[in-house]
Design a protein around this ligand. Structure first.
Ligand SMILES: [Zn+2]
Length: 297
């Protein structure tokens, strides 16, 4: 796997979603365990080919868990340590005397020293480089825990060198793919869906950030919206905005008598946002309020 594919894979972890209504959220466990593994590699306590099931690993997991968890999440690093194997880039093993076997269930604390995991499928080579680990850590935080942001407790140096150009290391395509999947290729304003069944799948739909990434460092899907080219263009110019009432608002500078285009935009006023079925991915109120405030009065 190459770097951009790894970012896409990490943006689409099978994390599990739980809760109802406003409590509905993605489980934090898999990305938290990956962040803990990166910390241990940085600290010289692990390598990409050997991440010990250790107290240090569990401590790093717990430190971030206590910041990001929802009330029905449990502090259970043993679950992602085992279940990350379903992602195809992580294997867990147990040493028994002189032989090593695949781990068959979640590890116990008293198996510390006998259980380890390894990255495979190209991850081990990418993760061998400290600068890659830093970019991957930043990507995981942007995607799953934007609230941790720059205050992340990682032992790494600050991320000030990270380029503002988000396309540079494949983050932008990963965000786009995730948003388009969640919205099933449909514009949240007009409902337009154009999806061509050709290689690399052509979609007319863009993934827009509510609060721009350069400002928020937030690639969580709740900071995104799927929009057709027209409505993306109009939102970026603050002519239309999705607001916390989950309706579209239109700038007063739009005059429906002037042109059909402006009439189309004007007609959007008061229409409800077309949102994904799963409330875990509905846009967050902060991002909607930000967009609403940008609307040209
Ligand atoms: Zn549209």
């Amino acid at each position: 796997m190459i770097f951009s594919q790894i970012i896409e894979c990490l943006y689409d972890l099978n994390v599990g979603i739980i809760g109802v209504g406003g409590e509905r959220h993605e489980r934090p466990h898999k990305p938290l365990l990956l962040l803990a593994a990166l910390d241990l590699i940085d600290a010289g306590l692990a390598t990409p080919s050997r991440i010990p099931w250790s107290r240090e690993l569990r401590d790093r997991f717990t430190a971030r868990f206590e910041i990001v968890h929802h009330h029905d999440d449990k502090n259970t690093p043993e679950n992602p340590f085992y279940y990350l194997q379903t992602q195809g880039f992580w294997q867990a093993w147990i040493e028994d005397g002189n032989t090593t076997h695949p781990l068959k269930t979640t590890p116990l604390v008293n198996q510390t020293g006998h259980v380890f995991a390894r990255f495979i499928d190209g991850f081990e080579m990418i993760l061998a480089l400290p600068e890659n680990r830093m970019l991957i850590r930043e990507a995981l935080i942007s995607r799953y825990f934007p609230g941790l942001g720059r205050q992340d407790i990682s032992a790494s140096p600050p991320l000030s060198f990270v380029a503002e150009d988000e396309t540079e290391y494949g983050r932008s395509p990963a965000f786009r793919r995730k948003i388009i999947e969640i919205y099933d290729h449909q514009c949240a304003a007009c409902g337009l869906r154009i999806r061509l069944p050709v290689a690399n799948e052509v979609s007319f739909i863009d993934a827009a950030h509510l609060i721009p990434f350069s400002e928020s460092r937030n690639d969580h899907p709740t900071n995104g919206l799927a929009l057709c080219k027209n409505h993306h263009w109009a939102m970026d110019r603050n002519l239309i905005a999705p607001c916390p009432d989950h309706r579209w608002h239109v700038s007063k500078i739009i005059d429906p008598r002037r042109s059909n285009g402006e009439k189309d935009l004007s007609d959007l006023s008061g229409k409800t946002l077309l949102l994904p079925k799963d409330e875990a991915f509905h846009p967050d109120a902060e991002g909607l309020a930000w967009r609403c405030k940008q609307l040209i009065a």
